[in-house]
Design a protein around this ligand. Structure first.
Ligand SMILES: C[S@@+](CC[C@H](N)C(=O)[O-])C[C@H]1O[C@@H](n2cnc3c(N)ncnc32)[C@H](O)[C@@H]1O
Length: 369
């Protein structure tokens, strides 16, 4: 599966899609034995590997038919998402978690030590450095001031500041950390002070970006930010709110460097084949990276259950506007940023694994309004 879009978009023709829609209706109303035969037949006909078993397992789990769901998922022996979802279903109430991943920093701290996350951060630092230096906008001798939206544990920001301060000398470095989680802000402040090798002035803003009020906006306008960045955060908003967030950011920042992993979790309907396809491709990739990391068994379990599966289940279970995670595709990000008042001045895409999972880094610019 080397085509990057195949990991995001269901690779079937229109005719194949209508076969899957009929499959979805029929699969809930036949015996277990017939269901297996039916899945095998559809898998062969549409060349979708284990997907019919996973699709059937998810549909059954959502109707609280857990034994039948586990039976289907156990057939997808090579799919990490299916195997972990099966274990997860056996250990808690059927698909009934909050759509929001854990408030604790532990799962995210563990995640940032996995191979995919380390590669993603390295590539993001390289892309953001290139974007920040483009057009010689960033010059030494002045204050470097950065707002990081959804700063998480602050490691990405710290690595970027270290890189930029190797290129230029800045007499003052000011960091504005924004996050909806107080715990993340505490961890990020600590990590920035530990990792960044120059003296820092740190301010924190404890607020979801889409709820930034007039007072915050006018004080950020006075800060003359060098740029704003946001990595792995804006996908927490559905498309209309993403657009609203862009239009708020545009009020105080002319340059927004954004990074997101690509998937198709925003637009497809609940229980649609394309949503389940994208979720199983995306979260299998991430779970595999955790499995192949050097995390302890407890860290692996926390990262998979409290972070990755909690997100995946939130996407599958909750109605469209309340999924908690709304990863979207490259063209959609460009469209939404544009609708929010930003121009796309550059895009860097990086393929992170053999399944074509992509990281998207955007250089977005705007005149202040
Ligand atoms: C996956 S982490 C990304 C952390 C970091 N930027 C990175 O790339 O490693 C997402 C962070 O965004 C925060 N977050 C989620 N929704 C948010 C929102 N609406 N506004 C601000 N922060 C949000 C979460 O608390 C979390 O710390």
């Amino acid at each position: 599966m080397s085509d990057p879009t195949a990991s995001v978009m269901l690779p079937v023709s229109e005719q194949g899609y209508s076969i899957l829609v009929q499959f979805k209706i029929a699969i809930l109303n036949i015996s277990s034995a017939d269901r297996k035969v039916f899945c095998q037949r559809i898998s062969k006909q549409l060349r979708l590997g284990d997907f019919p078993f996973i699709f059937a397992g998810v549909l059954l789990a959502k109707r609280e038919r857990l034994t039948e769901a586990e039976d289907m998922l156990s057939m997808a022996t090579k799919n990490s998402f299916a195997q972990h979802l099966k274990r997860y279903l056996g250990s808690r109430n059927p698909l009934s978690v909050s759509p929001y991943a854990s408030e604790s920093a532990l799962p995210l701290n563990a995640w940032t030590r996995t191979p995919i996350s380390c590669l993603e951060m390295r590539k993001t630092v390289a892309a953001f450095t290139e974007f920040a230096l483009a057009g010689k906008r960033l010059v030494g001798g002045e204050t470097l001031s950065i707002l990081d939206i959804g700063t998480g544990n602050g490691i990405l920001l710290s690595l970027l500041v270290n890189r930029l301060t190797q290129v230029h000398k800045f007499p003052i470095v000011r960091l504005f950390l924004l996050d909806s989680s107080a715990e993340m802000l505490r961890v990020a402040s600590h990590n920035c002070r530990q990792i960044v090798s120059v003296p820092l002035h740190i301010s924190t803003i404890h607020r979801p970006i889409e709820l930034l009020g007039k007072a915050h906006i006018s004080s950020l306008q006075k800060e003359n930010l060098t740029f704003t960045m946001s990595a792995g955060c804006l996908h927490h908003l559905p498309d209309k709110r993403k657009q609203h967030a862009f239009s708020l950011i545009r009020k105080f920042s002319q340059k927004l460097l954004m990074e997101e992993l690509e998937a198709n979790h925003d637009l497809p309907d609940t229980d649609s084949p394309e949503l389940v396809w994208s979720v199983q491709c995306f979260y299998s990739s991430l779970i595999n990276s955790v499995k192949h990391s050097r995390l302890t068994p407890l860290e692996k379990r926390k990262c998979i259950d409290d972070f990755l599966l909690a997100e995946a289940v939130g996407i599958l279970e909750h109605p469209r506007n309340t999924r908690g995670n709304f990863h979207t595709v490259c063209n959609e990000w460009s469209r939404i940023a544009h609708a929010g008042g930003f121009q796309v001045s550059g895009i860097r895409t990086t393929i992170l694994n053999k399944h074509g999972l992509r990281s998207l880094a955007f250089d977005l610019t705007s005149d202040l309004s």
